[in-house]
Ligand binder design. Sequence first.
Ligand SMILES: Cc1cc2nc3c(=O)[nH]c(=O)nc-3n(C[C@H](O)[C@H](O)[C@H](O)COP(=O)(O)OP(=O)(O)OC[C@H]3O[C@@H](n4cnc5c(N)ncnc54)[C@H](O)[C@@H]3O)c2cc1C
Length: 514
Amino acid sequence: MIRVIALIIIQALLHLTTTATTTAFTFTTLSSTMSTTPVEDTEWGLAQIPSQLPNDRNLVEEEQEEEAVEVAIIGGGLAGLAMAIGLTRANIPCKVFERAPQLRSNSQGILALQPNGMRALENIHPDLPDMIVQAGCEREELVITTIQADGSQQDTIKKTGLEIMQKYGRKKVGLTWHKMQQLLASLLPDGVVVTSRSLVSFQDNEHEVILHLVDNHHHSTTNGPKRTRVRAKVALACDGVFSAARRQMFPDNNNDAPLYFGQLNWATVIDTDKLPPNVHPPSAVHYFVHEGQPRWMSMLNDGGSGQTFWQFRVADPEMALSLSRNKGRGGLGLPGVKETLIPVAQSSCPLVAEAIACIPENQIFERSIVGRRPAATWLSQPHGRLALVGDSAHGMHPNIAQGANSSFESAAAAVTAMAEEYQKSGNNLQEVDWPAALRTYQERRKPKADKVQRWANMMGCSQATGLVDVPKEEMAKMMDWILGGDPENHPSQETMDIIFAFDPSSHPGVSEIL
Ligand SMILES: Cc1cc2nc3c(=O)[nH]c(=O)nc-3n(C[C@H](O)[C@H](O)[C@H](O)COP(=O)(O)OP(=O)(O)OC[C@H]3O[C@@H](n4cnc5c(N)ncnc54)[C@H](O)[C@@H]3O)c2cc1C
């Protein structure tokens, strides 16, 4: 075992972001938590377990509307909207069915858009990278404040913007989640996104997919929630880490349940002028790590547009659970959050404590950190007319900031494969072999996505201990490979073997959400 805490942090900030805290509540607690969390209170769609599946037969009998589309996209999050933009540009008609009643107008989190994600977005629409740079904050500098157990502090400052630009041709950009969603939606024609449509189940038939959708937000007293049937030639399930489509594909969970990493996170986005001065230099990521007990990490990052992203994580399962203001269930604006977190920070870093004191409690979002193991397949059985894209396919621990970036890579790969198949048909929708396109997508994209997902999960688990089995040079190679650096610089087979041998569920505090 090599102690590489500092390196993890530097990696996490050169190339990565986000944090987490560890807890030890059971998956049963977590499930009940999440299923009761209102959709509007969730962030990144990760705290959304689909409600109990209704009896399919009743559902089919009660369907009140039927619609036919060429391509159905389930979920209007980041992957779903990116897919819709790409398909629309390729003249392939599609429609997005999103569970929430509307797209988000605020968020408590920020995404770090990295070179691989930006490259994928550029393939989807050439204007997207510039739009993101304008809406967000290009990251120029990284400041790491390390606080030792004896209270001594050391600052490490790196000019990361230039370094990353020279290496990958693009800087990292921080952008709030809802702005990213709005920006993607702004590139779609009216009517492509339909809200308040939640996938309950699907049928993978020889010539079409049938989707059974329910509108949980509009109930009629006589008929209950409106139920809709959509017939599509092909469907892309971009319905997030708790994907209803994936749950149907692996009915008994079959070693395929979502994972709770035993970590909790507190975060918000706030106007910088409401915080103490100098919490971060302009265009900088300021990362604080407390090496003593309890281990905690915090971030105060420039989020652009005069806003700052704050995040706090305690790397001890028991401690995190004890700090939760909702028995580990998470939620927005939990009473008492500030009162609990401030003393933890105060004893080791008064600046972080002071920042927390300035944040209105009703803006602090507490969340549990969840992800998936690689799926055995991304394609539905028996006819392969539905494929998983984004977090539904490869939801991962957020520690390496690759969830959305990987989702954009998957969306771009799926769009390319579908556009190629459409061209092969002579642009004749009647003749397109959609299952062949989805097979191509999976063949090209899944090997890399699986490795990134395993790596993210392994690095995420290591946050609790600061211990990683991979030498630091290999860690750097891994990130370089993920971001699209020198292909000759691939990590060794030995490193890959370690990554593939790692089983998150053997890690303390990690449990399956059944
Ligand atoms: C703390 C944290 C920090 C993160 N930071 C980063 C970062 O810095 N960089 C990065 O790249 N990634 C980051 N991520 C990950 C990123 O947010 C996700 O990977 C990304 O949002 C995945 O996009 P998606 O479209 O697949 O899923 P989501 O964004 O979750 O979207 C899924 C959509 O599907 C909808 N939906 C769900 N179920 C249904 C249904 N049954 N029917 C219809 N619609 C449905 C949801 O309402 C949602 O709109 C972070 C995640 C967390 C938790």
